[in-house]
Design a binder for this molecule. Structure first.
Ligand SMILES: Nc1ncnc2c1ncn2[C@@H]1O[C@H](COP(=O)(O)OP(=O)(O)OP(=O)(O)O)[C@@H](O)[C@H]1O
Length: 264
């Protein structure tokens, strides 16, 4: 078996319970895939989206499912060396991925040299969504996982004074496409274990500003959760569950729609 086959085999065996079954459960629970869907998987080169590609390839083997899937990556201005490593990974993992260039880093740095991250993230989303729509796909699958959902919940409460999270399925602002997140039940530690065991050299953020510095809020929340987990190992699951179990009779107020800075 070559590496790509070994990786799929590990999804079917070692990681069946912790990854595959959770991927399938999210698809069912939130009706993420419908008959005739044309799905584009957004591939950043990181561990999460590389896993998502393999899961879709495994799912595609089930011929009873009537959907199309393609893999698409936007190069926001990576150094050539990163792109080479990325292409090598894609080849090794047998992921046929279309890569298109967008000058996002450069524009964001030019416009806001002191804090390009917000603009950069916004532009990256915009460019990717437009491209996927332009190519005629009706869904864009992203690699956000369980821990992303939990951390986003906390960030919104701690810093934005609102209770909201990343939801598994949401319409894009244009309404022409939906964003889906089939990894919402999959824990980051299991993705890390799968990536290491399969010796996948996933890339971290290709940003010239070191990723840890950029998202300091997320890092702070990660550290806080790790601290609380020492005495309450169930804390992340509990936060996750709370987003499925909001008692509307016991909140002081609520709003609807994607006002303010929505997660998308
Ligand atoms: N340049 C890109 N091209 C295509 N899709 C992307 C790109 N960057 C991010 N995505 C998609 O958006 C998701 C979330 O992006 P984010 O930058 O938060 O990555 P992440 O949480 O580190 O995940 P990953 O490990 O896949 O990089 C990714 O999992 C991927 O599906």
């Amino acid at each position: 078996m070559n590496k790509a086959e070994l990786v799929l085999e590990s999804i079917r065996t070692t990681y069946r319970k912790k990854i595959w079954n959770k991927f399938i459960k999210a698809i069912k629970d939130f009706n993420l895939i419908e008959d005739g869907d044309r799905i584009a998987v957004g591939v950043s080169g990181g561990k999460d989206s590389l896993l998502l590609c393999k899961l879709f390839q495994e799912l595609k083997k089930d011929k009873s499912k009537n959907f199309e899937v393609t893999f698409i990556s936007m190069n926001p201005g990576f150094e050539a060396i990163d792109i080479e490593q990325f292409k090598k990974n894609l080849e090794e993992l047998d992921i046929p991925c279309e890569i298109f260039d967008a000058n996002v880093w450069e524009v964001a740095f030019r416009e806001d040299p002191d804090g390009p991250c917000f603009l950069c993230a916004k532009m990256r989303r915009g460019v990717l969504y437009n491209k996927v729509e332009e190519l005629g796909y009706n869904k864009l699958a992203l690699g956000h996982h369980f821990d992303d959902v939990v951390e986003t919940t906390m960030i919104n409460m701690f810093y934005a004074g609102t209770v909201k999270t990343m939801i598994p399925k949401v319409s894009s602002t244009s309404g022409k496409m939906s964003i889906i997140r089939p990894l919402v039940y999959v824990k980051e530690k299991d993705i890390v274990a799968y990536t290491q065991r399969n010796e996948i050299k996933a890339m971290s953020c290709g940003c010239p500003i070191e990723s840890g510095k950029v998202d300091s809020k997320r890092k702070e929340i990660k550290n806080l959760l790790a601290e609380i987990e020492k005495t309450n190992p169930n804390v992340k699951q509990s936060i996750f569950n709370s987003m499925k179990n909001i008692n509307i009779d016991y909140v002081m107020g609520y709003t609807r729609g994607n006002k303010n800075k929505g997660d998308m």
